[in-house]
Write a protein that binds this ligand. Structure first.
Ligand code: M6R
Length: 621
């Protein structure tokens, strides 16, 4: 949510910053802006509502040579306070125009700070929560104990701010320095040769360096071209940071010939699942990435909560079936945004599995913190190395998909489902609810899935054709049972977020308790069939459900295992998927739903990588 970048080095800062914004635009696209320090005491700012392309057009119009300099910063916005207009676009400046700030997050106490500034005669030029920060820094720099000291002025102000934020400050008097700070929202330093970067995401500087440092909570970093200095908000240098090497390359952050990242990411799913599984079955045992929980602690667990948002939540719903089946532990799956507000019953013997692609989702992070306060054990399933959620967890399993840039989760979702199953097997192994040879068999089944996903991906053209045919439909319903139910929810979410089409997922058994009233002539209903062998009873019940809706005029689109002939007479459109063990079927049945949603969205003329109103990481509650 909001992408920020700062640079000090030897290159043209405008080029570096604009390219970084391009790579981080998935974090927000309500506006984009840059500030460049020209090295002669000037600070040039340009900002524009809408996509980065608008800013670039503006830069071309006014002339890019006006923005010469080797230090600067940029911002791509997901609006929280103030409409997405030019006036609210970052960077914001003080009245003199010599200090600038960009911000990700929310300054929760901005209202009293704004009142204080207004009382002192400061005129604020935007409706944002952010702007107070730049005026406060300018005032601290102008007079009082921190006068003339840019870094100390920033620290003084940071100590007054409440909320979650990453802030980056530039001052025209200090052309070779950028000051940044973080509380709860992400900030990484890129360490180059004679150049330093700070950004919300390593994608911003992967082209220039793979050496990165993840900052901790409430830390300030001051970058110059040759150094980065990290302290806490009081200036104490004795603070923990986490250096790491980025293990993917520039190609992963490029579209690779596809029109959209999402389409590339759908194709990458076999590799994403295979990479997520790789190295986690060693000498006949499941191993996690960072296991700070002993087998004894896992044996002591008597209840599991899964907390997550959006698609990650759906992956948790799928996991519940397997974890309960394999471990006989009760599993509750909770929306992270609801979890801590309902006083869940947690103690030392509760395991909380927090699933987050970004590792920075504010709701999930707060759920983790709440769980830890209540002494529960926390295991994170995450796609981003060293992000805040895995850092605060007791154990971590990484999904290794590389960067997921399309706002809609695809490869991360499949990888999460695979990782969650590994968590279930690790628990079953530690608790002895499955014999080692059973764990091995389950793992082998899982390890066979990437090939089947790859095979399925070669058969998607009819799904695209169908999507084009149905793209004018006002609504689509999705039905499933057992693990097919969360798949139905995920299919509906994809269609909503990408195609802005009314879509609902239902447990098919619930149809007759209300939703069947929605069925009318020609309404497309996508049904996820369970395996006829693995779930014979459910299969026949779902067949009855299909008959019921077909009798009422629904246009049935049925996703069923190859060779499931019983379903053919009731399917207006049949989408076949390879056969698989029941608990693993979502790794396949989700794929046509992703392809369907992407194609409907494209047919309706929408940008599938950047759906309206959304951002990839949601770092505000
Ligand atoms: O980074 P996270 O996994 O915590 O994100 C959770 C959701 O915001 C995310 O899955 C969202 O629902 C996706 N846009 C769905 O495609």
């Amino acid at each position: 949510m909001c992408g920020i970048v700062g640079y000090v080095g030897h290159r043209n800062a405008l080029d570096v910053v604009v390219e970084a914004l391009r790579r981080m635009e998935y974090r927000g696209y309500d506006s984009a802006g840059i500030a460049i320090l020209d090295g002669r005491g000037g600070l040039a700012v340009e900002r524009k509502a809408g996509r980065l392309a608008n800013l670039e057009a503006e830069l071309d119009e006014v002339g890019r040579d006006r923005f010469a300099g080797t230090a600067g910063m940029g911002h791509t916005r997901w609006a929280t306070h103030g409409r997405p207009t030019d006036r609210n676009a970052h960077p914001h400046r003080d009245a003199s125009g010599r200090v600038a700030v960009v911000h990700n997050g929310i300054i929760e106490n901005f209202a009293p700070l704004r009142a204080e500034l207004e009382h002192a005669g400061v005129e604020l030029a935007s409706d944002t929560d952010t702007e107070v920060a730049v005026h406060l820094v300018a005032r601290a720099y102008a007079e009082g104990p921190t006068a003339g000291d840019f870094v100390e002025s920033a620290r003084t102000v940071l100590r007054r701010l409440e909320g979650a934020f990453t802030l980056v400050f530039a001052h025209a008097d200090h052309p070779g320095t950028i000051v940044a700070a973080r509380r709860s929202t992400p900030l990484v330093v890129g360490v180059g040769d004679g150049e330093m970067f700070i950004a919300s995401d390593v994608a911003a500087f992967i082209e220039f360096t793979r050496d990165a440092v993840e900052l901790g909570q409430d830390q300030v970093v001051v970058i110059t071209k040759d150094s980065y200095v990290v302290t806490d908000f009081d200036g104490n240098p004795d603070v923990p940071t986490q250096p790491f090497t980025i293990d993917w390359d520039l190609a992963a952050a490029e579209k690779g010939g596809h029109d959209y990242f999402m389409l590339k990411e759908i194709e990458e799913q076999p590799g994403a699942v295979a990479d997520t599984l790789r190295g986690h079955f060693v000498d006949g045992r499941i191993v996690l990435d960072e296991q700070r929980l002993s087998d004894q602690e896992l044996r002591d667990i008597d209840k599991v909560f899964v907390v997550a948002c959006g698609s990650s939540y759906h992956s948790g719903l799928v996991a519940k079936y397997a974890i309960e089946h394999w471990t006989r532990l009760p599993v509750e799956v909770e929306l992270a945004s609801e979890f801590r507000y309902r006083d869940p019953v947690l103690d030392r013997s509760t395991l909380v599995v927090a699933i987050s692609q970004s590792g920075e989702t504010a709701d999930t992070l707060e759920a983790v913190r709440h769980a830890k306060e209540q002494k529960a054990r926390v295991l994170a399933v995450c796609n981003t190395n060293g992000a805040q959620i895995p850092r605060e967890a007791d154990a971590v399993l990484y999904t290794r998909t590389g960067p997921e840039i399309g706002v809609a989760s695809t490869k991360a979702f499949l990888a999460q489902m695979a990782a969650n199953l590994l968590v279930g097997l690790a628990l079953a192994q530690a608790r002895g609810t499955k014999y080692p040879d059973e764990v091995a068999r389950e793992y082998e089944d899982l390890a066979a899935m990437p090939e089947r996903i790859a095979q399925l991906l070669t058969t998607m053209e009819p799904v695209r054709e169908l999507a084009r045919e149905l793209s004018a439909s006002p609504a689509v319903l999705f039905l499933g049972r057992h693990v097919g139910y969360p798949v139905a929810l995920e299919g509906a979410l994809k269609l909503k977020e990408l195609a802005y089409m009314h879509a609902e997922g239902f447990a098919a058994g619930e149809l007759k308790h209300g939703p069947i009233a929605l069925i009318e002539d020609g309404l497309p209903v996508i049904v996820v069939m369970p395996s006829p062998k693995g779930r014979a009873v459910l299969h026949s019940k779902l067949l009855s459900n299909i008959r019921e809706i077909q009798a009422r005029g629904a246009r049935t689109v049925v996703i069923a295992e190859e060779g499931d002939e019983t379903v053919r007479p009731f399917a207006d459109h049949l989408i076949e998927i390879p056969s698989s063990p029941s608990l693993l079927q979502p790794l396949l049945s989700t794929v046509p739903l992703q392809v369907f949603a992407a194609e409907v969205a494209q047919s309706r003329g929408y940008d599938v990588d950047k759906p309206r109103n959304l951002a990839k990481s949601v770092t505000v509650e």
